[in-house]
Design a protein. Structure first.
Length: 507
């Protein structure tokens, strides 16, 4: 009997699904993401971003001349794109790149484990594309995932090489730059950076302590450089105080403005303190058992709970806040396919229960998935009229476009207008800037800017002033200002357009 040799072995045929799964997933993501390119531009947050981007293009200084409460990177992107269509297209391509980088990170955490990689990547691609989490809206959370994932990828790609001779490592420096970039989209991304630091510290051993500390130094340099660069930039523009206040310190009272009358200790609610203590306790437990847990388990657990802590900072029920939790949550499902430790297979189901608890306990808003896609594809297949398609996004949608067209045809390009309401898309659609620093009514109320706004309106009274009747927050002084100096000229749905009466000189 002839012994078996390598020549007698037949190569295994690669499973069709395993070899083509990425193509199937890409087609599915394309179907899920395509509607966002054709949505009407009625979402308030995007309207703010494009209005501030428009202000940047016209030479205004962020925070000093025009206001919002996020770091500058989102407005720079809005300024570079210059229009809703290009802004959405950039986000569409950005989201595809985000899924690709997530796949690369999954491949590092689950090497040669195709099932784990496919499961976690597919889950991430689908969940981040659903309206349920506002995956169809280009918010800061949606943009900051790409640099966060890329930062984790670089760190753990080189963390797995403790014998590396590189001391001041450019991959770690670049990873720091990427995390800093994420923070410049929105401040809560700093918790993802802290998660990466905590994981690295848990992995320090006597033999690798010098190497890892050297790498962490590179990481910190990369992280701090862009942040300090923005401080220098806005300092030179004489807007450093406004920048620090708006993008950082002002966020604390702004976030708490949603809250209830919860008991507070030293300015923090007891609920916040309990969440912090829970996170600290979890880290202590992980440190004690760090030798018995794999890198993937440590990353999933630490990253999930730190990102959950960040997403719940304000306790505001906006679904896009949960975007920050999705990477670690989806990676947890790759643990099901690990063979060494069967106990870790229950981790994703524990996190799923925790995720559902978060969603229910904090009453996060929910946007239907099926109705959203049905509305678009019925319209795309000419089974639904344009009016019905637009009405899905709210009764004000048609009125926004009509009002923007009116303003564009009745004002000059440099003429400013004012809107009392939360319809900043009119500014961007009409390509006009607001009188004053604020673009929406809730910012004027939350930041207590009524007096500032009224003074600017009196000093630079706009020819056209718009009031959205669905705005429930009151501004009595503004109502008096309008009553005395303006006449209702046109109305589209619940949007009223007022014209400033000419002043008749007194004899």
């Amino acid at each position: 009997m002839k012994p078996k040799t390598a020549r007698n072995k037949q190569p295994k045929k690669e499973n069709f699904f395993y070899s083509h799964w990425w193509l199937i997933l890409f087609f599915l993501v394309l179907l899920l993401r395509l509607p966002l390119l054709f949505e009407p531009f009625s979402y308030a947050d995007e309207g703010i971003y494009l209005t501030l981007g428009q202000a940047l293009r016209k030479g205004l200084i962020l925070y000093r001349d025009i206001h919002d409460n996020k770091p500058p990177l989102l407005y720079l992107i809005a300024a570079l794109t210059g229009s809703f269509s290009l802004y959405r297209l950039l986000y569409f391509l950005w989201s595809l790149a985000t899924v690709f980088v997530f796949h690369q990170l999954a491949a590092i955490l689950f090497p040669k484990n195709q099932k784990a990689i496919i499961t976690s990547t597919s889950l991430f691609a689908i969940l981040t594309s659903l309206p349920m989490f506002e995956g169809n809206i280009a918010n800061a959370e949606n943009f900051m995932l790409l640099p966060i994932l890329a930062g984790f990828y670089l760190i753990f790609k080189f963390l797995g090489r403790p014998k590396s001779k590189v001391k001041f490592s450019w991959p770690w420096l670049v990873a720091g730059l990427l995390f800093s970039m994420a923070v410049l989209f929105k401040v809560p991304a700093v918790f993802d950076f802290l998660a990466a630091l905590m994981i690295c510290l848990l992995l320090i051993k006597a033999k690798t302590i010098k190497t890892i500390i050297s790498h962490l130094f590179s990481l910190m340099i990369g992280f701090l450089t862009p942040l300090f660069s923005t401080f220098v930039f806005f300092g030179l523009k004489q807007a450093l105080g406004e920048y620090l206040k708006a993008a950082f310190s002002q966020n604390l009272p702004y976030l708490s403005s949603w809250g209830d009358s919860a008991i507070k200790t030293s300015g923090f609610s007891l609920e916040f303190i309990f969440r912090f203590l829970f996170l600290a306790l979890l880290l202590m437990i992980l440190f004690i058992f760090r030798q018995k847990l794999s890198l993937a388990v440590k990353i999933v657990i630490i990253w999930f709970f730190t990102s959950a802590f960040a997403a719940l900072l304000s306790t505001r029920p906006y679904p896009h806040y949960l975007f920050q939790i999705l990477p670690s949550f989806c990676l947890s499902f790759g643990l099901i396919f690990l063979k060494k430790n069967k106990l870790v297979k229950i981790i994703p189901f524990v996190l799923l229960l925790f995720f559902i608890f978060i969603f229910k306990f904090f009453n996060f808003w929910y946007y239907p998935n099926w109705a959203y896609f049905e509305n678009f594809y019925r319209y795309a297949l000419k089974m639904e009229t344009k009016e019905n398609y637009l009405s899905y996004f709210g009764p004000q949608t048609n009125s926004l476009y009509q009002t923007a067209d009116f303003i564009r045809t009745h004002t000059s390009p440099e003429e400013k207008i004012f809107i009392w309401g939360n319809q900043p898309s009119i500014y961007a659609l009409a390509k006009r800037l607001p009188v004053g620093r604020y673009t929406v009514a809730y910012h004027i109320i939350d930041f207590k800017a009524q007096t500032e706004t009224l003074n600017v309106l009196r000093f630079q009274p706009p020819q056209w002033l718009i009031v959205s009747q669905d705005e429930k927050q009151t501004f009595p002084q503004l109502e008096t200002f309008i009553f005395n100096d303006y006449l209702l000229f046109q109305k589209y749905g619940q949007i009223e357009i007022f014209y400033r009466l000419p002043k008749i000189s007194q004899l």
